[in-house]
Design a protein around this ligand. Structure first.
Ligand code: ADE
Length: 238
């Protein structure tokens, strides 16, 4: 058997629901992992608890609804998972109060050697955990959008998928990364509408210009469509 190459990107995910990350074994991300391009380890936070109930949460100081994740298991887990060498490593903490996630953030994460995801649940992780690691490792608190999920796992899945597809060798035809929505080459425009066979479907036909073979006209049409879509959806352009 040929040995696996050193991965381009190493991923660690710490969660109390490791099974939530199982879709990572599918599709392009799954292939990137089995081919050795990406290394993935998923860890159960409860492995770093020491009580019979494997407790990871407690009531908030100052009162209020919900529970807060305790700092001790997180500290032990992150010390172990991060290890001593945190060069080129980013600790990613998905949280609704984080910095908004964009394609530009995905592109910057794709340049790192290692990403460690700390997936919180409940009302979040005791704030001292981020304060501690922020001084020791590049730490990014990231929000997928202005809505609240039950925990960081779904956000970690989305971030991982969007980062891994940018790595060289993951997408068969890298050209497809160039002309997609949010790519820098589209100046902030959304992607134009696309069509395939059949020519007629339920009384709807494909725009004539796409059958013309006239590349300049096709490009102009696509640009105009992308501009219209971007303005209809009230998206800013650069
Ligand atoms: N955890 C809960 N809600 C989230 C969101 N919107 N983005 C990232 N992580 C989250």
């Amino acid at each position: 058997m040929t040995p696996l190459p050193t991965p381009l990107l190493r991923l660690d995910v710490v969660s109390i629901f490791p099974e939530y990350l199982s879709p990572l074994s599918l599709s392009l991300v799954g292939k990137a992992i089995t081919s050795g391009l990406v290394g993935l380890r998923v860890h159960d936070l409860r492995d770093w608890t020491h009580d019979r109930h494997r407790t990871v949460d407690d009531t908030p100081y100052g009162g209020g609804a919900g529970m807060v994740m305790k700092p001790e298991p997180w500290g032990e887990a992150l010390d172990d998972v991060l290890g001593d060498d945190t060069a080129d490593t980013t600790l990613v903490v998905p949280t609704p109060s984080g910095v908004p996630y964009t394609q530009a953030v995905a592109a910057s994460l794709a340049t790192r050697k290692r990403l460690v995801f700390a997936c919180g649940r409940y009302e979040g992780i005791d704030a001292r955990v981020m304060a501690y690691y922020r001084d020791r490792v590049d730490t990014q608190e990231i929000s997928l959008g202005d809505y609240v999920l039950n925990g960081g796992e779904v956000a970690a899945l989305a971030i991982i998928e969007s980062v891994v597809r940018l790595l060289p060798g993951v997408i068969g035809n890298p050209e497809s990364l160039v002309e997609e929505s949010h790519s820098p080459d589209l100046d902030g425009l959304l992607e134009y509408p696309v069509f395939t066979k059949p020519l007629e479907w339920r009384g709807l036909s494909v725009p004539d210009v796409l059958l013309s073979g006239h590349h300049a006209k096709i490009s102009a049409w696509r640009r105009e469509q992308a501009e219209r879509l971007t303005s209809d959806r009230q998206r800013p352009t650069v």
